[in-house]
Design a protein around this ligand. Structure first.
Ligand SMILES: *[C@@H]1O[C@H](CO)[C@@H](O)[C@H](O)[C@H]1NC(C)=O
Ligand SMILES: *[C@@H]1O[C@H](CO)[C@@H](O)[C@H](O)[C@H]1NC(C)=O
Ligand SMILES: *[C@@H]1O[C@H](CO)[C@@H](O)[C@H](O)[C@H]1NC(C)=O
Ligand SMILES: *[C@@H]1O[C@H](CO)[C@@H](O)[C@H](O)[C@H]1NC(C)=O
Ligand SMILES: *[C@@H]1O[C@H](CO)[C@@H](O)[C@H](O)[C@H]1NC(C)=O
Ligand SMILES: *[C@@H]1O[C@H](CO)[C@@H](O)[C@H](O)[C@H]1NC(C)=O
Ligand SMILES: *[C@@H]1O[C@H](CO)[C@@H](O)[C@H](O)[C@H]1NC(C)=O
Ligand SMILES: *[C@@H]1O[C@H](CO)[C@@H](O)[C@H](O)[C@H]1NC(C)=O
Ligand SMILES: *[C@@H]1O[C@H](CO)[C@@H](O)[C@H](O)[C@H]1NC(C)=O
Ligand SMILES: *[C@@H]1O[C@H](CO)[C@@H](O)[C@H](O)[C@H]1NC(C)=O
Length: 486
């Protein structure tokens, strides 16, 4: 059988997960704190809702890939003036690239819904911005598109019958041509939470959350016989079919927003911690597994999660303020369940990178724990020897802190590994001082052992108390250098 494929959707790189950074917080963290959080969570892609200079400067040199946005209120000016567009690009892009790896410009945000009167100049704005990138020789590195709401796609189930709201065809047809000719993506904001909420019970919660469904509950597209196991895939395929109905088959979909709120009003009962955790964990695993969609299996659908922080100053129902993965202090709202999908995103202790002696802890108990850590615990305590960097200050709390921190990191920051019978605690503060660098500080990778290490709780016995030669123990241990940390 000769099969001539006209469907040429392809992706240049593996699917990635990024995060949107909204800034409607009463105590918005400083850009350097935002970037510290991104690094600690190994977040490699972000999308900003503007082109904030402070953020772009803080992101310089991090290798983090950045999508910037031209705010809707600037679109009319840019769509009407080529020189305004050129000025915007020189101020916000050229000034920062390549130190800051800007990969994408989002021209506006859900313009059809939020600012329909700008529709007529939208494609012109994209073209002017693209023209300015061409003039700066940056058009291959930086892509230009505009995020649309999934509500612009009508009759999205079955996906094969989906089409764009015809009212917008006069804009969509030239938009898709532009995306085609510039190798850009269709940017789509997908919210299964709202689809589920508005479906009056037609959409099962599990189908919205990517949870397994019994085979008889799976949604089947009667035209294609493709099986859909979640709303997200169905919506992405609906976008592919809607584009196909306008004869466009080679523009990939990039999901610029998707997420689930962790808290809501009494009439938003499904905005819960559990559901938000389930949705975002499953979404991340789904995207990183490069599964693709039923229509385009194996073509990854890169996605920016909505969003990094809870935005407490957002208007609207309680859920509006609770889409974040973190609070303003960088503390995770919930612990994503990402076992097996690589080192990315928050575990509850992720931002508490150090384990130290508890303030005011009994010094005999600290000594016992210290002796244990440097002995059976197999921590390399040579830095605590006289003349070594962590000898001063020569007191048990300070020495114990070094040993606890090393043990905690050696154990991969596992649960219960910063306890030591209650005399240890987790902290975000880096206890390094002078030339005494604690594991987990910037530039220090965790060192962990290729062996099962005993647990203090079960083995702490008087036989280790008073042992003073701890520094010599552990030197013979075969170690494995791991990049557990940044
Ligand atoms: C930016 O990221 C892209 C995509 O991964 C990469 O190919 C490129 O080398 C990076 N550019 C800079 C200046 O770091
Ligand atoms: C717009 O400006 C760019 C340079 O920024 C130039 O290359 C292009 O020809 C101009 N287009 C029009 C229609 O004037
Ligand atoms: C299609 O878009 C027009 C213009 O924004 C809007 O008035 C209309 O309600 C939309 N139709 C549907 C079915 O959403
Ligand atoms: C798509 O292609 C078909 C067949 O070539 C044609 O009849 C139709 O008018 C085209 N539609 C659009 C929106 O270009
Ligand atoms: C990942 O994809 C493979 C096939 O490509 C599939 O067998 C596996 O179940 C997927 N895992 C998840 C977590 O989706
Ligand atoms: C989070 O925990 C999982 C499973 O314990 C682990 O595989 C992953 O590397 C951890 N992520 C971070 C950022 O620590
Ligand atoms: C123990 O740490 C010291 C630095 O404090 C280092 O020189 C030595 O190589 C380490 N020993 C082992 C076995 O890793
Ligand atoms: C040690 O005991 C504490 C309670 O005293 C417990 O929370 C912790 O999980 C235990 N550590 C291990 C490794 O079992
Ligand atoms: C930490 O690990 C990274 C990547 O694995 C490596 O490039 C870096 O040199 C390591 N740093 C130290 C201090 O070992
Ligand atoms: C630990 O060491 C053994 C023997 O050297 C090796 O076979 C094993 O793969 C190692 N395990 C890990 C997790 O590196």
């Amino acid at each position: 059988m000769v099969f001539l494929s006209l469907s040429l959707v392809s992706a240049d790189e593996d699917g990635f997960i990024g995060v949107n950074i909204g800034t409607d917080l009463s105590d918005m963290p400083h850009p350097t704190q935002v970037v510290a959080l991104l690094k600690s969570q190994q977040i490699r892609h972000v999308r900003l809702y503007d082109a904030d200079r402070g953020m772009l400067v803080a992101l310089a040199g991090t290798g983090i890939k950045v999508a910037v946005t031209i705010p809707n209120e600037q679109l009319l000016g840019i769509g009407q003036s080529n020189s305004t567009a050129a000025h915007w690009v020189s101020q916000n892009i050229v000034a920062h690239y390549p130190a800051t790896n800007i990969t994408t410009i989002c021209v506006g945000s859900e313009v059809f819904n939020n600012l329909p009167n700008v529709g007529p100049v939208l494609v012109t704005a994209l073209k002017f911005i693209h023209g300015a990138l061409v003039a700066s020789n940056l058009d291959r590195q930086i892509k230009v598109s505009t995020p649309i709401a999934s509500t612009v796609i009508l009759d999205s189930f079955p996906p094969s019958q989906a089409f764009f709201n015809h009212s917008w065809n006069p804009v969509l047809v030239p938009l898709l041509k532009f995306l085609q000719s510039t190798g850009s993506s269709l940017m789509l904001n997908i919210y299964p939470y709202y689809d589920y909420m508005q479906s009056n019970g037609v959409i099962p919660l599990d189908y919205a959350l990517f949870n397994p469904l019994p085979a008889n509950k799976e949604a089947v597209d009667a035209n294609t016989l493709l099986h859909y196991t979640n709303v997200f895939d169905a919506m992405v395929d609906a976008a592919y079919y809607a584009m196909a109905s306008l004869n466009v088959t080679n523009v990939p979909v990039l999901v610029t927003e998707s997420g689930w709120p962790s808290k809501g009003d009494s009439n938003e009962p499904d905005a819960t911690l559990d559901n938000a955790n389930t949705y975002n964990s499953n979404l991340i695993k789904h995207v990183l597994n490069q599964t693709g969609t039923p229509k385009h299996p194996g073509i990854p659908v890169s996605t920016y999660i909505y969003e990094l922080y809870n935005e407490d100053t957002k208007n609207g129902p309680v859920s509006e303020k609770n889409w974040g993965l973190f609070d303003a202090n960088g503390k995770p709202i919930y612990t994503l369940q990402l076992t097996g999908s690589g080192p990315a995103f928050a575990n509850d202790t992720a931002n508490q990178n150090h384990c130290t002696a508890k303030e005011g802890a009994d010094s005999k108990m600290l000594q016992a724990a210290l002796d244990w850590a440097c002995g059976p615990g197999k921590v390399n305590c040579s830095a605590l020897l006289q003349g070594q960097p962590c000898y001063e200050p020569d007191n048990v709390a300070s020495h114990a802190s070094f040993a606890f921190d090393s043990y905690y990191h050696m154990m991969g920051k596992g649960e219960g590994t910063c306890d030591f019978n209650g005399v240890a605690m987790l902290t975000t503060t880096d206890p390094s001082h002078g030339s005494c660098q604690f594991i987990g500080s910037d530039g220090m990778n965790g060192t962990f052992l290729n062996s099962t290490v005993a647990d203090f709780n079960s083995t702490s016995s008087s036989s280790w108390r008073g042992r003073r030669d701890y520094a010599t123990v552990g030197v013979l241990i075969k170690v494995l250098l791991g990049s557990l940390l940044l």
